[in-house]
Ligand binder design. Structure first.
Ligand SMILES: Nc1ncnc2c1ncn2[C@@H]1O[C@H](COP(=O)(O)OP(=O)(O)OP(=O)(O)O)[C@@H](O)[C@H]1O
Ligand SMILES: [Mg+2]
Length: 277
């Protein structure tokens, strides 16, 4: 079952809502942005997900963690409406705008594709909009650069910029920091928190970066075909279901990342000083 979620008020997720909510947000303030009730998903004759009860509210940062093949991407695609559940229901707030960064994006390396053009697909965007969004995600100078020439960190930020172009109420990010080094990952999640604070959007992200996930999120949902445990990061960390899946080894790394380092050099030094090993 789900003992962590039943521990009462301590486990209740706390959404930090921004004061600067945008006006075109979905109408019903009481309603979750997306909610799944008793959802199961079957693919290729196999049951991938079952008994999923999940919701995300305005302004929350929720992280989904789980082993490879546990159904994280499948859950995101079902919440997006790309996959139809075999059981249960998914409801979305009226007028919901979602910005999605898929786990994989294949771009033809032989095809020159300037960043500004990429951000204008499929919908044309103004130059000002593009410049503002690139500045917001910390890569102001890359509009004219080819997508194929970006560094890993720049590429991920451009993907985030693309997801932000539609002024989403909800950002869904499927392993947005894959391939980044630890300082890159930490800096990306700081950016996510900043974007949430500025735009008031909710963020639902899949991640394997457990240590960063734990410090950057309001709520963590641990899945393995079903929801194993969920709640505030500190509570999930101590849940037996979580420990069974991920072991006990993340505690030290977690402590490190909770130091809230301001820059990469500082981060690297801290890692050495504090490493108990
Ligand atoms: N269309 C499909 N047909 C058959 N099996 C599928 C299909 N889509 C997903 N699966 C299977 O469902 C399981 C969950 O896949 P999913 O991509 O959701 O996992 P994940 O948790 O995102 O994994 P990863 O961490 O590797 O990205 C896997 O075993 C996968 O092979
Ligand atoms: Mg996946």
């Amino acid at each position: 079952m789900n003992p962590v979620a039943h521990e009462g008020a301590q486990m209740k997720p706390v959404a930090q809502k921004s004061a600067q909510m945008r006006h075109h947000a979905p109408q019903d303030a009481q309603m979750s942005l997306v909610a799944a009730h008793g959802v199961a998903v079957t693919a290729g004759g196999r049951r991938i997900l079952h008994d999923i009860d999940f919701n995300i509210d305005r302004g929350e940062i929720v992280m989904i963690v789980g082993p490879n093949g546990s159904g994280k991407t499948t859950l995101l695609r079902a919440l997006l409406g790309v996959l139809r559940p075999s059981h249960g229901q998914i409801t979305r707030a009226r007028g919901l705008q979602v910005g999605y960064v898929p786990q994989r994006l294949h771009l033809d390396p032989g095809l020159p594709l300037p960043v500004a053009r990429f951000l204008s697909l499929p919908r044309r965007r103004t130059r000002t909009d593009i410049a503002e969004t690139l500045a917001r995600v910390g890569v102001p100078g890359v509009a004219g650069q080819d997508m194929g020439t970006l560094s890993g960190g720049q590429f991920q930020r451009v993907l985030l910029a693309r997801a932000l172009m539609g002024r989403p109420d909800l950002l869904m990010l499927d392993e947005p920091t894959a391939g980044l080094d630890q300082p890159g990952v930490a800096s990306f999640y700081r950016l996510i928190e900043q974007v949430r604070a500025e735009l008031g959007c909710a963020v639902l992200a899949v991640s394997h970066d457990l240590h960063v996930v734990m410090s950057a999120s309001d709520r963590v949902v641990c899945i393995n075909g079903h929801i194993c445990c969920e709640g505030a990061p500190h509570a999930v960390r101590n849940a037996p279901e979580y420990r069974a899946l991920f072991g006990l080894g993340t505690g030290g790394a977690l402590a490190l990342f909770q130091h809230q380092h301001d820059h990469d050099h500082d981060h690297a030094e801290k890692t050495h000083q504090d490493d108990p090993a």
